[in-house]
Design a protein around this ligand. Sequence first.
Ligand SMILES: Cc1cc2nc3c(=O)[nH]c(=O)nc-3n(C[C@H](O)[C@H](O)[C@H](O)COP(=O)(O)OP(=O)(O)OC[C@H]3O[C@@H](n4cnc5c(N)ncnc54)[C@H](O)[C@@H]3O)c2cc1C
Length: 417
Amino acid sequence: MNLRFLSTPSGTPLANGRKLSHSPHMQINTLIIGAGAAGLMCAAHSGPKTMVVDHAKAAGEKIRISGGGKCNFTNMYAEPQNFLSANPHFCKSALSRYTQWDFIEMVAAAGIPYHEKTLGQLFCDTSAKDIIKLLKTEARGADIRLNTSVEHIAKAENGFDVALMHEGKLTSVSTANLVVATGGKSIPKMGATDFGYRIARQFDIDVLPTRAGLVPLTFGQDIMEALKPMAGVSLNARVSCNGAAFEEGLLITHRGLSGPSILQASSYWHEKDSLFLHLEPALDIVQALKDQRQQAGRMAVHTALGAHLPSKLANYIIEIAGLSGNLADQSDNDLAQLEAVLTELEMRPTGSEGYRTAEVTLGGVNTDALNSKTMESRTVPGLYFIGEVVDVTGWLGGYNFQWAWSSGWAAGTAIAG
Ligand SMILES: Cc1cc2nc3c(=O)[nH]c(=O)nc-3n(C[C@H](O)[C@H](O)[C@H](O)COP(=O)(O)OP(=O)(O)OC[C@H]3O[C@@H](n4cnc5c(N)ncnc54)[C@H](O)[C@@H]3O)c2cc1C
């Protein structure tokens, strides 16, 4: 492998004058880049002489803000089918060897109070900081260095030589194992970078195209003009996209559509695809209107629909269905037309809010390049990729943290032997 120089986005390339040979040198067993969910979990299991570095000023920042500050730390029903990947089988090994029940046991043993919110999603009762504290305690044997950037990585005979920069001072580290746990590109203002993908490319490891996932979707001007007056309206909906369907809350915002059902569908959405919305799927709205037609035929049809849907949305739906007048004026055909709009409303997003608000990054390090039991590169011994930087992306609901725990555990225990 040829030596290549790599600089962090904010860092000065080492090639620019500074001499690594004059900096303090450390010999360690494992260097983990990224003190997030996966990196801390790996550090808790990777054994002696582990160092974790992160350019952020605090560890586990995404954990801290997750789940509205309460961290949806796993899902009781986590299964491989809750994850997207070019190879849907890859995640099976790690998820089955370190399961949600293993993590729940660790949380319970630490006395952290938690509860199920909905659909198997487990949240802390008090604060997401409880999970960060737990991980830091579990990883207490590791040397965690914050505000530290990676200036240079080179393959050495028995591992890697890495140059680290902290407060303007360089340290050179020789490590047998290098674990890349730098996460995805979501929320750049919290320190997210493409660094992990760049490290993969440095070692000729394939990176699949990335895109924002679990993200609000945006629409063209004509639809936005109709949606904007409805901003703030929320309801239940079944949202389908490309063969996947999610029945959860939907929220209309002044930028487009959001809410759990939309965020879930967004991970399956590609440019030019349509979403199909079934509004309030638990209700048989049209049957209710047919019954009402007998007793309250003089009620305006939009008022009658407004008893089942937020009134601004009811007016919009009536307009799309092309109805007007009273309930008694509506033929069975008219109501069938309304039913089609309520159960199969087609909406074509023009884009998403992007990495600025996305909860995850789809795509990433190609799983074909990694061993599914250990997360180690198939071509570069001692190089590992864990967490969100890998092309494994979970649904909304605690699945992404479970992937961070399972993949971090898999690499950590493999390193510790
Ligand atoms: C707002 C929000 C809420 C979320 N809520 C949930 C939830 O409730 N449940 C759930 O399961 N998932 C949730 N997620 C997703 C979850 O946070 C991630 O999937 C998870 O944190 C990924 O873990 P990771 O360790 O791979 O990456 P991260 O946790 O992102 O950690 C990566 C670390 O690497 C560091 N890093 C990056 N680049 C560099 C570099 N160049 N040099 C040094 N260090 C670097 C970062 O500073 C960071 O500390 C949420 C995401 C967001 C954005």
